[in-house]
Design a protein around this ligand. Structure first.
Ligand SMILES: Nc1ncnc2c1ncn2[C@@H]1O[C@H](COP(=O)(O)OP(=O)(O)OP(=O)(O)O)[C@@H](O)[C@H]1O
Length: 364
């Protein structure tokens, strides 16, 4: 396989998409995907993931003024057949009347390649995807995971410049999904293929992508590595979409966020950009909150209930002045019962601060 040398960077400049019925599916988008990079497009239903992918594929064309480049090549008005893209969809779209080898060879057959080349390449693919024992099987005699591997092999045998994957694992069961996403990631990395991967599954996004672009109503809300978007979300939308967040609304009071009888001490690096008395929203992840003794804590509450999840226990704590129950992940084997009075400690580095833009009053 020579994919590493054929793959290219993808650049979108001011790419906007308005459908014929007037729907603005994508606001002007600027995006650069490095050669060999796996970029995941993540977001809720209708945010524009598939539209972006179809524009890159050449299945849709962007509004006047936008530009799509593969490396240096301007492909904005180039038809899909000339773009050299490989595509894998949720529905495998394999040919039921052909066996595994014939399915994999399809792209080379259409291109009119020689029998020798076809056989050599198909053999390479069968080995790469552990499909050798199934070479002559019909598609309906394969499991979901095997079919998905055939679909991948069929997409990359032609050595595409870019590989586009639209929810390729969503029809599979949870265990297989986990295994395949690791396999696909390793394979794409080994081959150095530039890939754009659409999903609405945040765990899959984090496992697959070098970077994740989180889309919200036709715009990129944030783009970055899994660590960046998870640990430093730039907006409430991103924070709530990827992982779970606890919210504390309060007033900046001295060096702390205060509400009712509780306060959360803040590091100067966080509060220095806000004004004394300003309403702010503080967020933290369940795994970053630690339960401690009630007496010494500045943030106190009572256990509402807890759920044993195997590797951890999710404890839900009612805190005075906080509207929603605070979710805490406890990794030690300790039991909590309803009504237990607990203190909550949040390491300053695990806090994310946003100006509180909500209209509701803060209870102080
Ligand atoms: N052919 C079309 N004509 C008009 N509107 C469309 C068309 N295709 C998509 N849309 C609209 O464009 C927006 C983006 O759709 P898109 O399919 O890109 O979303 P998505 O993020 O992939 O969603 P999902 O996760 O549900 O597949 C939606 O509001 C959708 O209704």
């Amino acid at each position: 396989m020579k994919n590493a040398s054929t793959s290219v960077a993808i650049t979108l400049k001011q790419v906007q998409k308005t459908f014929s019925d007037g729907t603005l599916a994508l606001k002007p988008l600027d995006l650069h995907i490095e050669k060999g990079e796996i970029l995941v497009l993540l977001g809720p239903s209708g945010c524009g993931k598939t539209t972006t992918l179809r524009l890159i594929a050449g299945l849709e064309f962007c509004d006047q003024g936008g530009q799509i480049l593969f490396g240096e090549r301007d492909v904005t008005n180039v038809a899909i057949e000339q773009r050299r893209v490989g595509m894998v969809f949720q529905s495998y779209a394999l040919f039921p009347n052909m066996n595994v080898s014939e399915n994999i060879a399809y792209g080379l057959r259409v291109r009119g390649e020689s029998k020798e080349l076809k056989e050599k390449k198909v053999q390479e693919m069968l080995e790469l995807f552990d499909l050798e024992p199934y070479a002559h099987r019909g598609i309906d005699q394969l499991s979901g995971g095997q079919r998905q591997r055939v679909a991948l092999a069929r997409a990359i045998i032609t050595e595409p410049e870019v590989l586009l994957l639209d929810e390729p694992l969503s029809a599979l069961d949870a265990l297989l999904k986990k295994r395949l996403r690791t396999d696909i990631n390793a394979l794409l990395k080994r081959l150095g293929i530039t890939a754009v991967y659409v999903t609405h599954d945040q765990e899959e996004a984090m496992a697959m992508g070098d970077r994740i672009a989180i889309l919200d109503r036709g715009e990129i809300a944030q783009i970055g590595t899994a660590e960046e978007v998870y640990l430093s979300p730039k907006s409430e939308f991103v924070a709530n979409f990827i992982g779970q967040m606890n919210h504390f609304d309060g007033l900046l009071n001295g060096q702390a966020l205060s509400f009712r009888s509780n306060f959360i001490p803040l590091p100067e690096t966080l509060y220095s950009t806000y004004k004394e008395g300003e309403r702010i929203r503080c967020m933290t992840r369940p795994e970053d909150v630690r339960l401690t003794s009630f007496e010494d804590a500045t943030l106190k509450g009572a256990v509402s209930h807890s759920v044993f999840l195997g590797d951890r226990t999710r404890v839900l704590v009612s805190v005075e002045g906080v509207k929603e129950l605070v979710h805490v992940d406890c990794f030690e084997r300790k039991r909590y019962s309803k009504g237990d009075r607990v203190g909550l400690v949040i390491p300053p580095l695990c806090l994310v601060l946003l100006p509180n833009l909500g209209s509701e009053e803060v209870v102080c």
